[in-house]
Design a protein around this ligand. Structure first.
Ligand SMILES: Nc1ncnc2c1ncn2[C@@H]1O[C@H](COP(=O)(O)OP(=O)(O)OP(=O)(O)O)[C@@H](O)[C@H]1O
Length: 248
């Protein structure tokens, strides 16, 4: 897809979303406008139930809005069928969730390799790129281990390597640090910041973890389905290094 450098990675306008349960209807998103640019780590914060995860699912094309539009890399997604939307997600988007959701039978290297196989990466590139992604999250020496032999923080870092190995333009993270202790939470935060600043991805992160604010470029606060505030943090871009090796 040819995209001008002015085009935001993501542009959402007038998003509305409701859920029905029996006779009642709950309005969750009530007119959200949001733009995300490459090279920025944006936090989506706000009280529980305010609609953050719903918003992220709509932005990522995992759920359709009732009204409004979402453009990914300048491409309006509303007119796309499910298969086309899936293809865009596979090609351009990475996902990190609270739980790493790794395959129990695969070692760390194979978890990452699998993504490249699914996206049709030439076989000759796969091994080196997968190893570089693991190195970038500080797990070069854990590549041969299966999830049962990895700590919670290491598992989450494998999940991040899996997301970053395909060099996504957009990275969606939903509570990526909430199950982690301080050390691992900080490490994951620095990796997210690095993916934004060094790899020039637009990183959108739903979080309750206020430790992330110091590392973010922008904090968007959602309350009751609306954007309450949208503030730049003044955090200077700097490609923090988790390891000393080359990036994927
Ligand atoms: N698939 C669904 N069907 C019905 N209601 C839903 C669905 N998904 C979310 N909701 C409701 O929408 C509201 C917003 O949920 P959402 O997960 O977006 O909030 P959140 O801000 O991410 O909350 P938290 O911080 O607790 O994760 C909640 O009341 C939730 O119960």
């Amino acid at each position: 897809m040819l995209v001008s450098s002015d085009t935001p990675a993501l542009a959402a306008h007038g998003l509305f979303k409701s859920y029905s349960s029996g006779d009642s209807r709950m309005d969750i998103l009530k007119g959200i406008d949001l733009t995300a640019r490459c090279g920025e780590l944006t936090l989506l914060m706000g009280p529980s139930g305010s609609g953050k995860s719903t918003l992220m699912a709509v932005l990522a094309g995992l759920s359709r809005p009732d009204r409004g539009r979402v453009d990914i890399l300048g491409q309006p997604t509303g007119c796309l069928g499910d298969d086309e939307l899936t293809a865009i997600r596979l090609r351009h988007c990475g996902f990190i969730f609270q739980s790493p959701n790794l395959f129990g039978a695969l070692d760390a290297l194979d978890q990452v390799r699998l993504v490249l196989q699914m996206t049709g990466t030439p076989a000759a590139e796969i091994e080196a790129r997968a190893r570089r992604a693991l190195t970038e999250v500080g797990l070069a020496d854990r590549a041969h281990l299966k999830p049962a032999a990895l700590s919670g923080g290491e598992k989450q870092r494998v999940a991040i390597a899996r997301a970053l190995v395909k060099r996504p333009t957009l990275l969606f993270a939903d509570e990526p640090t909430s199950a982690l202790d301080r050390y691992n939470g900080d490490m994951v935060t620095l990796i997210l910041r690095r993916i934004a600043h060094l790899h020039r991805a637009a990183v959108l992160c739903v979080t309750h973890d206020s430790r992330l604010i110091a590392h973010a470029d922008r904090v968007v606060t959602i309350e009751d389905g609306r954007i309450l505030s949208d503030e730049r943090t003044g955090c200077a871009p700097s490609p923090d290094r988790v390891s000393d090796n080359a990036a994927p």
